[in-house]
Design a protein. Structure first.
Length: 342
C-alpha cells in the first residue's frame, strides 16, 4: 500500500511540474514602437463655399433704362459700367445749378465792392452806420446763398453720376431684373451680382463636437478629391435647436475653390492618441501591455475609456504589444516579434 501511494504521489508531482513548465513557456507576441501606432482623431462636417456678398444692385434715381451692358453669367470687374440710365434731365439740372452758382458768385462780387465803398464813405462820415450794416448783411446773405448753390450743384452732379451703375466688386451676374426702355425709380432692382474674389467656408457643426474646432491643430476643406487649408474665423455661440448644431465660418489660406462648391470641413480634433483597440482590462483598470526585456508589463492608462483613443505620455520608442495581448497577464514571459509601421 505505501508503494502504491508513492507511485501516485510521483505521478501527480510529474503532471504538476509538466503543467507549470507549460504555463511558463514564453508567449509569442507582436510588438511595435509607440510612435508607429499613435493616431490622430479627425472630425468632419458638411460645408459650402459662400460669397461674402450677393447683392441686388438697384437704381438710385428715377430715369429710363438706356443701356444694359451685361447679362446673366457674365463675369464683371469692379468699376465696370453695367447699366446706363438716361441722363438728359440730370444734365439739365446740373447746368441749372451751375448757372445759379455763377449768378450768386457774381452778386457776391458786386456786394463785396459795395461794402468796400460803404466802409470808405463811413470812415468819412458820408454814410450812416445803418447803411453800412445793411451792406455787411447783404454780403453775408449772398455768401450763404453761394453755399446753398454749391450744395445744389454737388447734388445735381451726384445724381448725374448715379445714372451710371457700375460693378461694386469683381463677380458674376446672377440675374437681370431691369428691362431696356423701362422707367425705374429709386430702389428698383436692376441686377443681382455675386462676388467671386472674396469668399468664406460655411459649415454646420454638430454641437457635441463644435468645441473641438477651437483647439484643432489643422483644418482643411475637402471636395471632389481636392483639398484646401482653412482657418476658423468664428464659431456661433447659438445652438440651432432643430439640428442641435452651430454655424461656423472659415477663411481659405491661399487659393479658394469656386463659390458654391460643396464638400466637408475636416479637422484634427486630437493628435497622437493611442488606438482604443489596443487597450485591455486587468484588475478593473484599462491599460496596455508593454515589452520590457521580453516580459509583458501591464501599464494602466489614467482617464482611459472603453472604445475611445487616449492620450499617453510614454516615450515614442516604447514597445507596445499589439498582437497576442488578450491572453497575457502582468509579468508573463514573451517572445517579441517586431514589425515597423502601422
Amino acid at each position: 500500500m505505501p508503494a502504491i501511494r508513492r507511485m501516485s504521489f510521483a505521478l501527480m508531482s510529474s503532471c504538476f511540474l509538466a503543467g507549470a513548465a507549460q504555463a511558463q513557456d514564453p508567449v509569442s507576441v507582436e510588438v511595435r514602437t509607440l510612435s508607429d501606432i499613435l493616431v490622430d482623431t479627425e472630425r468632419t462636417a458638411s460645408a459650402d463655399v459662400r460669397s461674402l456678398n450677393v447683392t441686388t444692385v438697384s437704381a438710385e434715381v428715377s430715369a429710363v433704362v438706356k443701356q444694359i451692358l451685361v447679362d446673366v453669367g457674365v463675369a464683371i470687374k469692379k468699376g465696370e459700367l453695367l447699366v446706363q440710365l438716361d441722363t438728359g434731365d440730370y444734365r439739365l439740372a446740373l447746368q441749372q445749378a451751375e448757372a445759379n452758382l455763377a449768378a450768386a458768385k457774381a452778386q457776391k462780387a458786386q456786394a463785396d465792392a459795395r461794402l468796400k465803398r460803404a466802409r470808405e464813405l463811413g470812415a468819412n462820415q458820408y454814410l450812416s452806420a445803418d447803411d453800412l450794416l445793411a451792406r455787411e448783411t447783404e454780403v453775408l446773405v449772398i455768401g450763404a446763398q453761394i453755399q446753398v448753390q454749391e450744395a445744389a450743384t454737388s447734388i445735381a452732379r451726384r445724381n448725374l453720376g448715379k445714372c451710371e451703375i457700375r460693378a461694386p466688386f469683381n463677380g458674376v451676374v446672377n440675374a437681370r431684373e431691369a428691362q431696356l426702355g423701362a422707367y425705374v425709380n429709386p430702389g428698383s432692382p436692376l441686377l443681382i451680382l455675386t462676388q467671386t474674389d472674396e469668399s468664406e467656408l460655411d459649415a454646420e457643426i454638430p454641437d457635441d463636437i463644435a468645441e473641438s474646432l477651437e483647439q484643432a491643430r489643422s483644418m482643411r476643406f475637402v471636395s471632389r478629391g481636392d483639398s484646401w487649408p482653412v482657418r476658423l474665423l468664428r464659431l456661433s455661440p447659438v445652438i440651432e435647436m432643430e439640428r442641435r448644431s452651430r454655424r461656423a465660418r472659415f477663411a481659405f489660406i491661399g487659393d479658394a475653390p469656386a463659390v458654391g462648391r460643396s464638400g466637408e470641413i475636416v479637422w484634427t480634433a486630437a493628435k497622437g492618441l493611442l488606438p482604443a483597440n489596443l487597450m485591455v482590462r486587468r484588475n478593473g483598470a484599462l491599460g496596455i501591455f508593454l515589452n520590457r526585456s521580453n516580459t509583458a508589463v501591464f501599464t494602466p492608462l489614467p482617464g482611459a475609456q472603453e472604445g475611445r483613443p487616449v492620450e499617453t505620455t510614454l516615450p515614442g520608442d516604447t514597445e507596445v504589444i499589439v498582437q497576442g495581448r488578450d491572453r497575457l497577464q502582468d509579468g508573463d514571459a514573451i517572445i517579441a516579434n517586431r514589425r515597423a509601421g502601422f
